[in-house]
Ligand binder design. Structure first.
Ligand SMILES: NC(=O)C1=CN([C@@H]2O[C@H](COP(=O)(O)OP(=O)(O)OC[C@H]3O[C@@H](n4cnc5c(N)ncnc54)[C@H](O)[C@@H]3O)[C@@H](O)[C@H]2O)C=CC1
Ligand SMILES: CC/C=C\C[C@H](O)[C@H](O)/C=C/C=C/C=C\C=C\C(=O)C/C=C\CCC(=O)O
Length: 261
């Protein structure tokens, strides 16, 4: 998919990975709607984007992705503002083992909802022109983390959901490619949650072990994750693909056994 003039909606786009991806899309002449509950970070981000890429190309919509009506409205407002939708990046995520119900709502339920809303606005089934959806999981979906059991479960869930709905899209000819991206540790504000007892809950006492893992695996730059996203968007052959990004192997794909009886 050529990016110039394409319209993207990025959840959790105000900082971290989402912001890096939004910047890369704007750099490639796409238009971007940032959907994020952090008003202050969203406004700061949009001010920078307006200065760098012009004021007509990005939009900030304050929205908690767990509020289904607001998320629905954010998709509607994006389409009303830019005239269409081509790319959805379901990226918003939290690390909170204390409030694990919220973690499931943000990291998994809202990714499912965001995918269905993306299909509603892009699928040929609804008379639309097709598009691309990327759901953000984590390497935690492959190398489980004993310090983050619920976070890990949500990231496994995102991989399974994405692969299944991608196959449905192919069978039903939705014209929408749906893929999942699994980064290892990335240098973003999310990593600060390691030092926050209110987020780590009873796993807080293991924070030094997580830091040890980070020192072994290394910490990626958000720009490399943005590069992976653009690869998925540009490669029309990818559907149901599971992209992994690690310091040791860079951008690469998980392979699966073909289904057999
Ligand atoms: N940083 C890391 O090491 C890794 C992050 N990931 C995943 O990447 C995604 C992005 O994470 P980061 O950029 O690192 O995190 P971050 O904390 O830097 O940014 C997340 C953004 O999502 C927004 N957000 C959180 N909850 C929201 C909600 N309910 N509604 C709307 N917006 C909400 C935040 O306001 C923030 O702007 C997450 O899904 C995370 O699980 C995956 C692997 C590694
Ligand atoms: C408390 C930490 C807070 C947030 C970080 C997130 O949990 C993040 O989503 C977790 C990332 C976990 C990464 C785990 C493993 C990384 C492994 C590697 O980098 C390399 C190892 C093997 C590669 C094998 C392969 O790619 O096939």
């Amino acid at each position: 998919m050529a990016l110039a003039g394409k319209v993207a909606l990025v959840t959790g786009g105000a900082q971290g990975i989402g912001r890096a991806v939004a910047g890369a899309l704007l750099q490639n002449a796409a238009k971007v709607s940032l959907v994020d509950f952090n008003q202050e970070a969203g406004e700061q981000c949009i001010t920078c984007f307006n200065q760098e890429f012009g004021s007509d190309n990005s939009l900030f919509i304050q929205c908690d992705v767990t509020d289904r009506e607001k998320l629905q409205d954010a998709f509607k407002r994006t389409v009303e503002h830019f005239g269409k939708l081509d790319i959805v990046i379901n990226n918003a995520g939290i690390n909170n083992e204390n409030n694990w119900v919220k973690t499931i709502e943000v990291n998994l339920t809202s990714v499912v909802k965001g995918t269905y809303l993306g299909l509603e606005h892009m699928s040929k089934e609804h008379g639309k022109q097709g598009g691309v959806i990327i759901n953000v999981s984590s390497m935690a979906a492959f190398l489980h983390s004993p310090h983050q059991p619920v976070y890990t479960a949500t990231k496994y869930g995102v991989v399974g959901f994405t692969r299944a709905i991608a196959e449905a899209s192919e069978i039903e000819n939705y014209g929408v490619r749906i893929n999942v991206l699994c980064p290892a540790f990335v240098d973003t504000p999310l990593l600060q949650s390691i030092d926050q007892e209110e987020k780590m809950g009873k796993f807080y006492k293991h924070k030094d072990e997580i830091k040890h893992r980070m020192s072994i695996y290394g910490v990626l730059k958000p720009s490399l994750i943005a590069e992976g996203m653009l690869k998925i968007i540009n490669d029309n052959s990818l559907n149901g693909a599971v992209m992994k990004i690690t310091t040791s192997k860079g951008i690469h794909f998980q392979s699966y056994e073909p289904m057999s009886a």
